[in-house]
Design a protein around this ligand. Structure first.
Ligand SMILES: [Zn+2]
Ligand SMILES: [Zn+2]
Length: 281
């Protein structure tokens, strides 16, 4: 991956803005969104400086505006927030791709969560669990209402905050949400082709994730779990196709258009796509 269509900094805290200057320096970033409010921290300033060096103008996204990404669109909530706690000013993003929906709530707390328009959001497929799994949000009523199929918790191993909190994992398991944690699974990549969600994890661990579900399978369908016929456990490879092309590509292939669509290799082959001669030798 060399190009990022959007870079979204939900709020300026160092655990979110730290290292972003390096991302801006080393990747082609097309648009930068930030949450409302001011920040004076060193990490935030280096990030803003890196943006300026690249002639990028970080902006707070407008309410009710939809932004295109791949075949889907995303929009934001809470962009006008002016809370005292910087976490509560987090941008909340909803990404809709075909029938797949993702919700990202940043580090916002219960107050923000309670104000989210549940009717507009509806039920979702993937929840990036707010505030690293803190009990400061992810209330029973909220998880019940949005009924996520999958949850992803970003938290450090043995972190000093005790994230994710037991209250959160208990609620997620109560509503049978398949939960992935970065402290257990390492990098977690969730791919959507508009119909199906594919989750790939760095570590194929069998360690129990507390009371939440344990996941070491490479591919999970949102509908019925499809059992692979091959003898070995398949590791999902993500390839890219375009609307009109007949070939699948690796990311970064020069034949890929901007509107590339991520798909699993297996699906691409199944749908009759062939390997691109440039990138898939
Ligand atoms: Zn955070
Ligand atoms: Zn924070």
């Amino acid at each position: 991956m060399k190009e990022l269509e959007y870079l979204i900094l939900t709020h300026p805290d160092a655990d979110h803005s730290g290292g972003l200057d390096a991302i801006v320096k080393n990747f082609k970033v097309n648009q930068v969104f930030v949450g409302n409010g001011k920040a004076d921290t060193k990490t935030y300033k280096s990030f803003i400086q890196a943006c300026m060096d690249k002639k990028l103008q970080p902006s707070v996204p407008l309410a009710d505006k939809e932004f295109a990404l791949g075949n889907g669109t995303f929009k934001f909530y809470n962009q006008k927030a002016q809370y005292d706690d910087v976490n509560d000013n987090s941008l909340v993003a909803l990404y809709v791709n075909g029938s797949n929906k993702f919700l990202f709530t940043g580090d916002s707390g219960k107050e923000v969560e309670a104000k989210l328009p549940l009717k507009d959001i509806g039920t979702i497929d993937v929840l990036k669990v707010g505030h690293h799994g803190s009990k400061s949000l992810s209330s029973d009523a909220f998880i019940k209402a949005i009924a996520p199929k999958y949850a992803v918790i970003c938290c450090g191993k043995d972190n000093k905050y005790g994230h994710p909190h037991k209250e959160t994992t208990t609620t997620l398991s109560k509503y049978k949400v398949t939960t992935y944690r970065t402290d257990i699974s390492g990098t977690i990549i969730v791919t959507s082709d508009g119909k199906k969600i594919t989750v790939t994890t760095e570590n194929k661990t069998t360690e129990k994730a507390g009371s939440s579900a344990t996941n070491n399978s490479a591919t999970i369908n949102t509908t019925v779990k499809k059992q692979e016929t091959s003898t070995t456990q398949p590791i999902t490879t993500t390839v890219y196709i375009t609307k009109t092309g007949e070939k699948y590509h690796k990311d970064g292939c020069s034949s890929l258009s901007k509107s590339k669509i991520a798909i699993s290799l297996e699906d691409a082959k199944g749908k009759g796509y062939g390997p691109c001669s440039k990138c898939c030798k």
